[in-house]
Design a protein around this ligand. Structure first.
Ligand code: RB5
Length: 146
């Protein structure tokens, strides 16, 4: 299951991503919003919670720039949210960072790029190995800042 959420700026792109992924057979948990003006941290937190409680494997968050969503999601310990606008980053943030949330800026990328970023993010697996040590160091930072 993939958790997906947006604010008002990301709503149109979210609708297209939901259509795209549903056609591919993914199951989605849509956290909102439904186009109304809303506060992106509220949505980011709920997507994050659904990953931490294991209801969802990965998440997608969309706002105008993707920056607000990524800042908010990364405040939740255990969340590694990556703001991506290029294919290489979307791929390597899964391979190397084991990112569990993809953040997109609806006002900064086109529809075609967004679909490619989503596809590569969802189909790329974490490489593990030496990269796990670095993830463990991130967890250590979280644990020391509780
Ligand atoms: C909303 O206008 C905008 O601030 C929001 O979508 C996002 O870009 C924040 O980071």
């Amino acid at each position: 299951m993939i958790a997906i959420g947006c604010d008002h700026a990301g709503y149109e792109l979210k609708k297209e991503i939901i259509k795209h992924l549903t056609e591919k057979g993914y199951e989605l948990l849509d956290i909102g919003c439904n186009g109304e003006s809303c506060d992106y941290p509220v949505i980011a937190k709920e997507v994050a919670d659904n990953i931490l409680n294991k209801k969802c494997d990965l998440g997608i968050l969309i706002c105008g720039t993707g920056a607000g969503m990524s800042i908010a999601a990364n405040k939740v310990h255990g969340i590694r949210a990556a703001l991506c606008s290029d294919y290489y980053t979307a791929k390597y943030t899964r391979l190397h960072n084991n990112s569990n949330v993809l953040c997109l800026g609806a006002r900064t990328i086109g529809m075609g790029s967004a679909m490619e970023l989503v596809d590569v993010f969802l189909t790329t697996e974490f490489e593990g190995g030496r990269h796990q040590r670095r993830i463990d160091l991130i967890t250590e930072i979280e644990n020391n800042n509780k």
